[in-house]
Design a protein around this ligand. Structure first.
Ligand code: 8GP
Length: 838
């Protein structure tokens, strides 16, 4: 991987004049050229491979080479020698896709033949990253494609980096969905994903060079043909919005007819998901919306529709889209997915009463909760089942995973909006409420259990609906699952009993997060003959750090010392994840070093700090200043000649899966420092540990279980525990202690920022005030312990041989956090599905 070109991570291929220059030859060129002696001059690779592949005459030409060259000609419509790295990527991708399609078809045929129970993973986000490298690895074709491409004059790494990340989402929950698809296929489980085919991925993050603020630009990831999807123009469903719902008869929980309004078409696009070491290839079906032909133009405001489609085609974070658009998006996707499942089920010719025996539907957080109501609608109105039969099927079909305890993420929809957009669904929700009123208990309890929150306007609580309508509910790490029971849904636990609530600790796929991003470490692990693992481990880590250093140099034009300790925090920016604590800690370290004598400085552990992450622009305004502070602190300390040898800092823009694949293997230490009780699980903590990086973290989320596996002496824990946090917040509100008194070191840091040495002219005050006053995320309480834990990291790092041993032990103990284990937990304990061997 040393030649890996990191300069274009997840970026679009070059277009325009520069791209042209990179072409081997222009389209009009008469090729091959002829030299002075009349000999043909071939641009890249060896002439024999090209000619043989073209004419298909030499038996010894690998099939792969032929297939790539054929795609250059027939799919890309280019003269074969007229391709650059991007063309080679496209042709190689199409050629790999041919393999996937064969396996995909065989898998689907087998599913149809055996009619097993299937599971469907409904997620509004799928952060797939790049596909070519993953598909090659899973198919076991990496070496073959590498040598074929090389014979045509292309380096595999140059080709792989041409692919743009599929970033159809925002954060952890979306990447988890991608890992689970990989594991489902690998475990040969009949699982399909259902999502939306956004026209734009999550925004591209740009950092303004003058003041460090984040700018957001659209991510038109589909601008170049996407080789990984198959449009299924024959698989379409009509999805209705608005209109009227007319009940039949007296029975309040009976049937109704929903008519009028608008209909749009949902068109399917299939993305093949290959398993590792198996032919099993599953499907991710993404829906795109299209206007329906021949519909009532008069009742349809074309301008609004265009805008709606445009906006709802973005994987942007929740609040950017208008409420109505977001709700439309959710219904469109769940309705199309259910119609598709129903069609597949009908093909089995089984009675509808057996629906739950053949289908399990997993709700990835509350976004797909409308699917519960939609299935009720289908069963009542189309299948004409009684309420009780329909409800029994629904509550045996759905499973709900919660991914955050933050109250703002528990979705609510206004009742008037629902009545307007989905009148029949609102009726059904009211009917569920009526039925649920049979719950015994006091009024307060009933109102907490209710699906409807009183107020102006009334709101539908989607999380309550998801709990009521699901067979089982789970959190994503042990601590989080406890908090789900104790803090989020205690009344439901009392009502339904504990057995409805479980835990599935998250997992990550070792294919992408070890084999693919860190092949040298992966090889070291499987090399049982290697005697000196410490030296080998150290070498691998150093190579990965050099790769990251090269990346930073190319991106930001700054040299990075790969011998320093690399300290990384990469994740969505959010107050609870406390990137602010980290940057205030960096400033503290800088001030310490600045005040040292040159002799004292020589004893300091050299450190390079990396941040990356996107901040949803709808977040609270003070917190948006964090990126700006990081960038401006970096500017000051990286140019301070007294200290920059000992401490430097980088904010890497436009965080993506591909960027994580470079940062994670290079980290010595990474930070997972959320306020205790706020991070549901975290999955990057698992990725770092798998790659031999150690953690500094709070006793939160999956950090706890990681420490249980790798040993507490290999994790640097600090900070107050979950049960303390509420008390501390109470103290902050009713008995506040000034930060100068509580934590002088932090007060000094805050004053330094206020003094303006990092510029900003007072601009950071709103951010600093969130710490000085209120301090909801208890930075003032945790700061001293945090600094102490970083000192312990320094001490441990000074003994490099011991550090590497810790690192190797950590990697070795990460088995529990494979998504293969997690998906088996879901398959066995929740969905009740079995592997299908091809
Ligand atoms: C994330 C959690 O923050 C993270 O701790 C966990 O590891 C991950 O889910 C997977 O379980 N939550 C989200 O991504 C999330 O809540 N996203 C919604 C806001 C869209």
């Amino acid at each position: 991987m040393s030649s890996f070109d990191v300069s274009s991570i997840g970026k679009p291929p070059l277009i325009g004049p520069r791209a042209k220059r990179r072409h081997v030859r222009s389209l009009t060129g008469d090729f091959p050229e002829v030299d002075e002696k009349g000999q043909e001059k071939w641009p890249r690779g060896d002439e024999k491979s090209w000619k043989a592949a073209l004419r298909d005459i030499h038996a010894e030409v690998p099939e792969i080479t032929k297939s790539v060259v054929t795609h250059v000609q027939t799919s890309l419509g280019r003269a074969p020698y007229n391709i650059d790295d991007f063309g080679a990527y496209q042709a190689a991708a199409l050629s790999v896709r041919d393999n996937l399609i064969v396996n995909w078809n065989a898998t689907q045929v087998e599913y149809t033949r055996k009619s097993p129970k299937r599971a469907y993973y409904l997620s509004l986000e799928f952060l797939m990253g790049r596909t070519l490298s993953n598909a090659l690895l899973n198919l076991g074709l990496l070496d073959n494609y590498s040598s074929s491409l090389s014979s045509l004059g292309f380096g595999l790494e140059d080709v792989l980096v041409q692919e743009r990340d599929a970033a159809l989402g925002n954060g952890g929950l979306g990447r988890l969905a991608a890992c689970y698809l990989d594991s489902s296929a690998t475990q040969e489980l009949p699982v399909w994903g259902y999502g939306l085919r956004y026209k734009y991925g999550i925004f591209q993050q740009l950092i303004k060079s003058d003041d460090g603020t984040q700018l957001e630009a659209p991510d038109p990831w589909l601008d170049h043909q996407n080789p990984w999807e198959l449009p299924r123009l024959d698989v379409t469903y009509e999805v209705r919005f608005y209109g009227h719902a007319q009940r039949w008869g007296e029975e309040s929980t009976g049937r109704a007819t929903w008519s009028g309004g608008q209909e749009v078409l949902a068109v399917a696009y299939d993305v093949m998901i290959p398993g590792y070491g198996t032919k099993s290839t599953n499907n991710l079906r993404l829906w795109e919306s299209k206007p329906k032909r021949g519909f009532d133009l008069q009742s349809f405001n074309a301008g609004n529709y265009e805008r709606a489609v445009e906006a709802s085609n973005s994987a942007a974070c929740n609040h950017i889209l208008g409420k109505e658009l977001r709700l439309k998006q959710q219904y469109f996707w769940t309705a199309a997915s259910l119609a598709d499942m129903m069609r597949r089920f009908k093909n089995l010719e089984k009675p509808i009463s057996e629906f739950a025996e053949y289908n399990a539907i997993q709700l990835n957080d509350t976004h797909p909760t409308l699917a519960i109501v939609e299935l009720m609608r289908i069963l009542l109105d189309d299948e004409e089942l009684s309420w009780d039969s329909a409800w029994s099927i629904v509550t045996n079909t759905f499973f709900f995973t919660n991914h955050t305890v933050l109250p703002e993420a528990l979705e609510k929809w206004s009742v008037p909006l629902m009545e307007h957009l989905l009148p029949r669904h609102m009726q059904i929700i009211f009917d569920i409420v009526t039925v649920e009123k049979k719950f015994p208990g006091d009024r307060d309890r009933l109102s907490r259990l209710s699906l409807i929150e009183e107020g102006f306007p009334k709101q539908v609580r989607m999380a309550n609906l998801a709990v009521v309508g699901s067979k089982k509910v789970n959190g994503v790490a042990e601590l989080h699952s406890d908090l789900v029971k104790k803090n989020l849904f205690p009344d439901f636990v009392e009502f339904y009993g504990k057995s409805k609530f479980g835990n599935v600790t998250n997992g990550i796929t070792p294919r992408r997060w070890l084999d693919q991003c860190n092949p040298a470490l992966s090889a070291l692990i499987t090399d049982t003959l290697k005697l000196d693992r410490v030296t080998a481990g150290r070498t691998v880590k150093h190579q990965n750090k050099e790769r990251l250093a090269l990346f930073v140099e190319r991106q930001l034009g700054v040299k990075v010392d790969a011998n320093a300790m690399f300290d990384v925090q990469i994740k969505r920016l959010h107050e609870y994840k406390r990137q602010t604590l980290n940057i205030l800690g960096v400033i503290h370290r800088y001030l310490l070093i600045k005040n040292m004598t040159p002799e004292e400085r020589e004893k300091v552990v050299k450190k390079v700090v990396f941040f990356a992450g996107k901040a949803c622009p709808c977040m609270c305004v003070p917190f948006l200043l964090t990126i700006r502070l990081i960038v401006n602190v970096a500017r000051v300390i990286n140019s301070d000649l007294d200290t920059n040898k000992y401490l430097s800092l980088f904010f890497l823009p436009d965080y993506s899966v591909s960027l994580a694949e470079i940062l994670i293997p290079a980290s010595d230490i990474s930070q997972h420092i959320s306020t205790a009780g706020t991070e549901a699980s975290g999955t990057s903590n698992m990725k770092f540990c798998l790659n031999g990086g150690l953690l500094v973290g709070t006793v939160d989320g999956a950090n706890i279980e990681i420490a249980e596996e790798v040993g507490e002496d290999n994790v640097f824990f600090f900070g107050h525990l979950t049960p303390d946090v509420e008390d501390l917040r109470y103290q902050h509100t009713y008995h506040p202690i000034p930060v100068e008194q509580k934590c002088p070191a932090l007060a000094h840091v805050l004053d330094t920022v206020s003094s303006g040495i990092f510029g900003g002219d007072g601009v950071y005050e709103p951010l600093l005030n969130t710490v000085r006053q209120g301090d909801f995320y208890i930075l003032t309480d945790d700061f001293d312990a945090y600094i102490r834990s970083l000192e312990m990291v320094d001490e441990a790092y000074a003994d490099r041989a011991e550090w590497i041993k810790k690192s190797i032990r950590t990697t070795a103990k990460m088995g529990k956090f494979s998504s293969d284990r997690a998906i088996q937990d879901y398959a066995q304990e929740y969905w009740n599905i079995e592997s299908i061997k091809l």
